[in-house]
Design a protein around this ligand. Structure first.
Ligand code: FAD
Ligand code: NAP
Ligand code: SF4
Length: 680
């Protein structure tokens, strides 16, 4: 029995095969699936995670036919000729003693191409295309395609398949009255609406054989109107078990739902209660999911009987060795997923390959190698312990250099020390904990409370200097900007300066939004999961279809105006998969978000503005400036003047379009450029 995580490391006997632990790596599209040489890259990606000790992995969605493509020419397995390149993945995983299932996903009306089909011709509001209604003959042919796809997956060496029946994709569209308005055998009564998923399940089992894992991902909580009722979820689960499913996985929320289900503001394990409603009702194992990102949380969920197994996806992108570190009781070394979506989901929506903000190596495993140790260890100064400096210093020290990390303040983290104070962004603390451990492990010499200048660095004889000094806030040229009412975001978030009841926020970028969330936080008394359910209108009693209820109006402590000069929707430049949730949070808290604002002056009366030609005064107690930043790189010139090589990363390099993803990636890439520091 494992001393720290006895439930997490308890093997799971499926009868014909045994999983070594209770973690499933949930399906994640990486973008590599669509590359010409993508299977090689995927093989390296999955092999590393198999080496990391994950019990069972699931691939990104692979379509059983052309209509089911997610995107034009998306990944598909419907012909024998496509089998061979999948073997690249399965053999790489098996060579590392891993197990892998292939997810079969038919996008239905979510497909981003004009061939899309659905049970009824109803367009999803998040999709540009109206689907074609499937004929009875096409429904039957599609069931056959699922079966063929599963049989081909078996031939390709997969240990099983996962049938994607949730998130609002085709199978879910048949189940829910929201999208199924058919009057034939495939629509109407629940018996008819669940005929398609059951026929798919039966055909897959029939074609793939008995000793093959078939996971069915059931949408247990649709979070949309006219979704399934709980009684229907239960009835479907029982019928799927009877039809031959090996395990049921939990699906939460359709893509079109207006409730964030995996973003960082969602509390850890916020949906385990949904799976628990089914526990004890079936004989097959149940898998729970969403915002489980530490071994402690996973162990707690298993121990308290919420599920038989936990699914984690992004946490294993962030750290392929999550399970190995947990097994060795070294959880504090795990590079924790902070649920930002910035490099994984946001990339996929922009049709870019996925990666990870905290682990820039993710999805590049096949193309990268760690540079060899340098011939001579260099004495390197890294100035600034924000995300860029932390990443560069820990990677350079790992390569064998003597690295000194200088930080002016009394703690590492730079701006992350403000980010972690934003309600709902507490996960950012984990990145600092991780880097703190890497500093120790890799032997970085850390000098806190040490603001350095060029003379000091020259005197100390550093051979190379990495400038990661970050940014300073931009002070806009507005008459009265020196008025005592005016605060910077640093005053508010780091120095705890008092803020009045009426506030104008100048600048609606990521920081302006975060400051507005901070200033309007209602400060809940209940447990975080309950508060989250009330805020977003999720009914744990499941009294209505889809599990929705009216959101509870929050008591907001301040009146806030969030302003920008440019045209267009406020918050338009926020992340694709999270921006809408930030906007909705502020809208629900009564924050007025105005664009096309001209700032005229600031005086005792407040902030004088002109909005679309109309002059007015916002009679506010404070004005918080969040108007972007300038780079801080004053040390560059004097160091270069005496011939010391200087490397700029993060905010010090460029303040525009700066975020932590770029800062961490630049620190890492600098260290990975083999030879840069080994020329002497
Ligand atoms: P910084 O984080 O600014 O670090 C620079 C460090 O250098 C500081 O610690 C400073 O004290 C030190 N320093 C400067 N001069 C010297 C000197 N001479 N000697 C010694 N030390 C010195 N980004 C995201 O990607 N996602 C988010 O959700 C997100 N949320 C944010 C929320 C808030 C409230 C804030 C303020 C920022 C947020 N960011 C976010 C932005 C992100 O934190 C920055 O992009 C990132 O911190 C930049 O990293 P950096 O290392 O370049 O600079
Ligand atoms: P930002 O995104 O560049 O936003 C700056 C804001 O200030 C803009 O709204 C801009 O809008 C306004 N502005 C610029 N110059 C101005 C001037 N002279 N006078 C008045 N207003 C001015 O920068 P940020 O909000 O400071 O964020 C910094 C970085 O951190 C960003 O890159 C961001 O991605 C990252 N971050 C990300 C998140 C996240 O959730 N992903 C959260 C926080 C921060 P107008 O020009 O229209 O007025
Ligand atoms: Fe997690 Fe953010 Fe990395 Fe995605 S990019 S895996 S959400 S830390």
């Amino acid at each position: 029995m494992h001393p720290t995580y006895p439930n997490l490391f308890r093997p799971l006997d499926l009868g014909f095969t045994t999983l070594k632990n209770r973690v499933l790596m949930g399906s994640m599209h990486t973008g590599l699936e669509e590359h010409k040489d993508g299977m090689k890259a995927l093989a390296a990606y999955f092999a590393e995670r198999a080496r990391g000790g994950i019990g069972l992995m699931v691939t990104g969605g692979i379509s059983p036919n052309r209509q089911g493509w997610l995107i034009p020419f998306g990944a598909k397995l419907s012909a024998r000729s496509e089998v061979a390149h999948h073997r690249t993945v399965t053999s790489a995983v098996h060579a590392e003693d891993g197990k892998i299932c292939m997810q079969i996903l038919h996008a239905g009306r979510y497909a981003a191409h004009p061939l899309l089909v659905a049970p009824s011709a109803i367009r999803a509001h998040i999709s540009p295309f109206k689907p074609w209604e499937m004929s009875g003959r096409l429904v039957k042919a599609t069931i056959d395609d699922f079966g063929t796809c599963a049989a081909l997956a078996r031939d390709a060496g997969y240990d099983g398949v996962e049938i994607m029946g949730s998130e609002g994709y085709l199978i879910n569209q048949f189940i829910a009255p929201r999208t199924n308005k058919r009057t034939d055998d495939w629509g109407g009564s629940f018996e008819n609406r669940m005929r398609f998923p059951l026929e798919v399940m039966r055909r897959v089992r029939e074609k793939a054989g008995k000793d093959f894992i078939v996971i069915f991902r059931v949408s247990m909580l649709d979070l949309v109107e006219e979704g399934s009722s709980w009684e229907e979820v239960e009835q479907l689960a029982l019928a799927l078990e009877a039809a031959g499913a090996t395990m049921l996985n939990t699906g939460i929320g359709w893509h079109e739902a207006r409730i964030p289900t995996i973003a960082t503001m969602v509390p850890r394990g916020a949906y385990a209660w949904v799976t628990q409603r089914l526990m004890g009702k079936l004989r097959i194992p149940l898998i729970t999911t969403n915002r489980i990102n530490t071994p402690e949380k996973a162990e707690e969920i298993l121990r308290e009987g919420y599920a038989d197994m936990v699914s984690m996806a992004r946490p294993l992108l962030a750290d392929p060795y999550f399970m190995k570190k947990a097994e060795e009781s070294r959880a504090e070394y795990i590079n924790t997923c902070i649920a930002c979506n910035q490099a994984c989901l946001d990339h996929i929506f922009q049709r870019k390959d996925a990666s990870c903000l905290v682990n820039p190596r993710a999805c590049k495993e096949g193309t990268l190698s760690v540079p060899p140790p340098p011939a001579t260890s260099q004495k390197i100064a890294v100035v600034g312990a924000g995300p860029a400096g932390l990443s560069a210093s820990t990677e350079l020290a790992a390569l064998g250099h003597e690295v000194h990390l200088f930080e002016a303040s009394n703690e590492i983290g730079g701006q992350f020390n403000m980010a972690k104070r934003i309600p709902g962004k507490e996960e950012f603390y984990e990145t600092l904990r991780y880097f703190g451990k890497m500093i120790e492990k890799n032997g970085v010499h850390l000098h806190l409370n040490t603001r350095v200048d060029a003379d000091f660095l020259i005197q100390q004889g550093f051979q190379e200097v990495v400038l990661a000094t970050g940014v300073s806030p931009r002070v806009p040229q507005i008459e009265g900007i020196e008025h005592p009412k005016v605060l910077s975001y640093i005053d508010v978030l780091l120095h705890n300066k008092p803020v009045g009841k009426k506030v104008a926020v100048i600048g609606a970028g990521g920081i302006g939004f975060d400051v507005s969330v901070f200033l309007t936080d209602p400060g809940h008394e209940q447990a975080p999961v309950e508060a989250y359910r009330e805020e977003w209108g999720i009914d744990a009693q499941y009294r209505q279809r889809g599990g929705l209820m009216p959101a509870v109006k929050e008591q907001v402590p301040r009146e806030v105006w969030l302003l920008q000069r440019s045209k267009g929707k406020v918050g338009d430049r926020l992340g694709k998969t999270t921006g809408w949730a930030h906007r909705l949070t502020l809208k629900n808290r009564g924050v007025r978000m105005w664009s096309e604002v001209q700032y005229d002056k600031i005086d005792d009366a407040g902030l004088h503005i002109t909005v679309k030609g109309q002059a007015q005064v916002l009679e506010v107690d404070n004005i918080v400036v969040c108007a972007g930043q300038h780079s801080l790189r004053a040390l560059q010139e004097p160091l270069q003047a005496v011939g010391i090589p200087v490397h700029l990363i993060g905010g010090a390099k460029e303040a525009g379009e700066l975020d932590a993803k770029r800062a961490i990636e630049e620190g890492w890439a600098l260290a990975m450029r083999a030879g840069v520091f080994a020329k002497n």
